[in-house]
Write a protein that binds this ligand. Structure first.
Ligand code: MF3
Ligand code: CO
Length: 261
């Protein structure tokens, strides 16, 4: 089956950038709220409030009956953690994933921040996942095959001694949150489509400290590591450009949860 990937006009990209800048603002606000004792539903409530105030709609709310505006995935939760009564504890890492629908287009991005001080292993895991995303974005350049993105993620993570989740993928994004192509975070043996100027991709490495195996909880959403070890997740929506991906969901640089610039 031939994969058809849309190329967006600069007008469409301007709207996608607006949607993604809403996402980025929500992410940074929530990242600053992360501290011991805060519940994941408190984070979600703030995201809902902010997205409403911006005049956008939460992309995740109601998507295949998903009940909340964000996914908050703590420590052993890989992705799709449903916000609820869970209280954050010092030493845990917290993935925050947000989608905003605005003027007909979706923005989607995620980051992982520490709650209080975390151990060196978790810091390394977050660093490697963030670096994998940066390298993948550099690979999102005109003329590369999609596989270059997958390879950049996989090699960065395996060289650091971590394992890449295989059962969830990145995706094209535009008028729908999930569009073609699917973007695996590992090399599958298929080169995939040639990247063209104006394709918009949500690249999202999910990386585990231990096994790559995933278990889904009884709620039908929450994806946890099979061995209970921590997992990190970073995501940006990017436009394929001549020299690499242009990040639409750019946030101020967050280092260990501290805003440094
Ligand atoms: N960033 C995730 C994704 O692209 C979030 C989707 S959560 C859902 O798949 F609830 F909307 F499914
Ligand atoms: Co996504």
């Amino acid at each position: 089956m031939k994969t058809v990937v849309a190329c967006r006009t600069e007008k469409e990209i301007d709207i996608l950038r607006e949607a993604n800048q809403f996402v980025a603002e929500v992410l940074v606000t929530l990242a600053h709220m992360v501290e011991p004792g805060v519940t994941t539903e408190e984070l979600d409530a703030e995201a809902f409030r902010l997205i409403q105030a911006m005049g956008g709609q939460p992309s995740f709310l109601g998507y295949h009956d998903y009940p909340k505006s964000t996914c908050i995935s703590v420590d052993e939760v890989i992705v799709h953690g449903i916000p609820g009564k869970r209280k954050l504890k010092a030493g845990e890492i917290v993935s925050i994933d947000v989608g905003v629908y605005h003027r007909g287009y979706h923005g989607d991005a995620a980051l992982t921040v520490p709650c209080g001080t975390v151990d060196a292993a978790r810091q390394r895991l977050m660093n490697a996942t963030d670096l994998a995303l940066s390298r993948a974005i550099l690979a999102a350049r005109v003329g590369n095959h999609l596989e270059a993105i997958s390879r950049a993620v996989e090699s960065t993570c395996t060289e650091a001694g971590f394992s890449v989740v295989r059962s969830f993928v990145g995706h094209g994004i535009g008028t729908r949150m999930h569009e073609e192509p699917q973007i695996p975070n590992f090399v599958t043996g298929e080169k995939g489509p040639v990247l063209k100027e104006g394709m918009v991709l949500a690249i999202e490495p999910m990386v585990n400290a231990g096994t790559h195996d995933v278990r889904i909880l009884r709620d039908g959403w929450t994806a946890v590591t099979a061995d209970g070890k921590p997992s990190a997740h970073f995501e940006h929506s990017v436009v394929v450009r001549e020299h690499g991906g242009e990040i639409l969901s750019a946030t101020p640089k967050l280092v260990w949860g501290q805003r440094v610039a």
